[in-house]
Design a protein around this ligand. Sequence first.
Ligand code: G4P
Length: 525
Amino acid sequence: MANKQLTEEIQKRRIFGIISHPDAGKTTLTEKLLLHGGAIREAGAVKGRHNAKFSTSDWMEIEKQRGISVTSSVMQFEYSGKVISIMDTPGHNDFGEDTYRILTSVDSAVMVIDGAKGIEAQTKKLFKVCSMRGIPIFTFINKMDREAMDPLESMEELEEVLGMPSVAVTWPIGCGLNFQGIYDRLKNVVYLYKIGKTIELGKSGVFGPELEDCLTQNNLTNLRAEIELIEGAGNEFNLQEIKNGKLSPVFFGSALADFGVTPFLDHFLDMSPAPGPRKTTDGIIDPAEEDFSGFIFKIQANMNPAHRDRIAFLRICSGTFERGMTVTLSRTGKPIKLSQSTQLMANERETIDTAYAGDVIGIYDTGTYQIGDTLTTKKEPLFFEPLPTFPPELFARVTPTNSLKAKHFQKGVEQLAQEGAIQVYHNQYNEIIIGAVGALQFEVFEYRLKNEYNSDILMESLDFNVVRWLNTTDLNYVKSCLDSRCMLVFDHFERPLVLFANQFTLNYFVERYKDIELIEALHVN
Ligand code: G4P
């Protein structure tokens, strides 16, 4: 493909993940975004999901019921000349390492916050991963049609709890029963809630006469006071800072009422970056380079129970993908023909023939790939920055119930660890300890060992939930410092780490043994 055409395709692409705490409105917002892009044909909330929360399989169920183009993993839609991919970040019970890793494949993130509850635990964790990568983070404060926190307080919370400077792009006018609309500071317009009218403001903005007949006196007075305050004391809008992930643009709205979603989407498309250059171990690769390259950030088994296949998700970082092309797997140097590729978009998986940097494709995997693998048409092997290892918070000791099948067990554990399904450690007695960030990872691990490796296991949960890597070689000294609330284990690179019962035990250890250097695991690799 001519380079100019490839550049145009890349410039059109946006790829982001939504981070939020369960119930903040991620699903509802996703649904509305897809609706605007024409991916969902009917308007209105999906019915009948009172207790059952959306998860991967729910999306598939919805696809079936409504014939819509949604997928469990990537949802792509076109809007305003752009090709937008939303990466599903499993939350709720599906929360696991996948959730974190998916964020390594996106170019920006949208953080959905419940306007009444503010920033909650899961959002904080996911935010940390995004801010570490330096990607732009857009904040959508949702549920303004209900009673909500004072918007100034919400903004303050972002700075205080997350340490993230923010700038309001839209501003709510009242909330709950008094919710009357939002003011778009950049476009200088007010969108009126329920009435569906847009009011263009003059030079004096909200201080001019245009709003006097449309808002209650109370709302108008508050709006003017708040705007005066944020104009005087708030951060200035700075697109470069936003693109560098140093300033979060904030939007208010109601996903359920589909209000404030369009202004958000329009600004998001203006402010969010198209796929950019990526760091590799020896330099930088530009997305418009002719050579194809991409990395695998997720491997999903049993997508279709009837097939028992696995799909490796590949984020294309440069060049054009053509079905049938031959690439090299950099880890092994082996050539692979990519004849079975799929974009996980429609009711049926669609086979795709062409894709560009900034797209995510699924490729069939028969056990060839590992998380973090690079595929490229370059002659020399290529390695992107390693995907971070995320510190697990749940641990269990596992043993095969049938010692005659120890080999199956070992093989299964090894492969599932390689696939990134679980973290595997061993302790000094050679017992296998597994670690995960979400409980579902344990269940999947047990299920897959039984079904794919014919190995039943005993799993005994351990009372640890904090882990630190050790920066010392004097393990005898470390051993002499441990008590029953800590355990020394080794990861698959034989690096030593200590499991602690809780933050309190860790703090105590740090205080007591100042000479032992501990490393928080986020970037160990
Ligand atoms: P999640 O994916 O982040 O977990 O949240 P989800 O979209 O499922 O939303 C959680 C609940 O919050 C849902 O209510 C949803 O309707 C509601 N909700 C989402 N956005 C808004 C909003 O802007 N305003 C209001 N008032 N509610 C919102 P539910 O009772 O659990 O389900 P349902 O019976 O409404 O479908």
